[in-house]
Design a protein around this ligand. Structure first.
Ligand code: ZN
Length: 129
């Protein structure tokens, strides 16, 4: 488990190195690494971490799910847009492990996506062989 501190309401954070740190000492040479976000208003995806693209992902989520659009959940919690954005992303990503390393493609990174920041978030890393 590791924590991610976010500063913005919607923010994409490259957590690939944090996941690699968790993989160290697990002594699994071939298997699966699952990264799981224990929250209902954040997600995790695999994609490129180019800085312009990270901003594009943030604006994409804001465009596809408008802010505070008369959602029913807003009467309770005022963050329905955050839940709906997280729903599109999913709460986990699984990456193969080969020779003890994450078998990611050249441009692939593990991206944590904050949808209701700023907050401190918990991300679980589970390794199976
Ligand atoms: Zn809520």
């Amino acid at each position: 488990m590791f924590q991610v501190e976010t500063q913005e309401r919607t923010q994409v954070v490259d957590v690939t190195e944090k996941v690699r740190d968790e993989l160290q000492g697990q002594n699994v040479s071939d298997g699966l690494c699952t990264v799981f976000v224990q929250h209902t208003t954040a997600g995790v995806v695999v994609n490129e971490a180019e800085s312009g693209l990270l901003e594009d992902i943030e604006s994409f989520l804001q465009n596809i799910v408008p802010d505070h659009d008369d959602y029913r959940h807003d009467r309770i919690d005022d963050n329905a847009d955050s839940h709906l954005r997280a729903l599109l992303l999913g709460e986990s990503a699984t990456v193969p492990i080969e020779d003890g390393e994450l078998a990611l493609g050249t441009w692939q990174k593990l991206l944590f996506v904050e949808c209701d920041g700023p907050r401190t978030r918990r991300v679980r890393v589970t390794v199976t062989d």
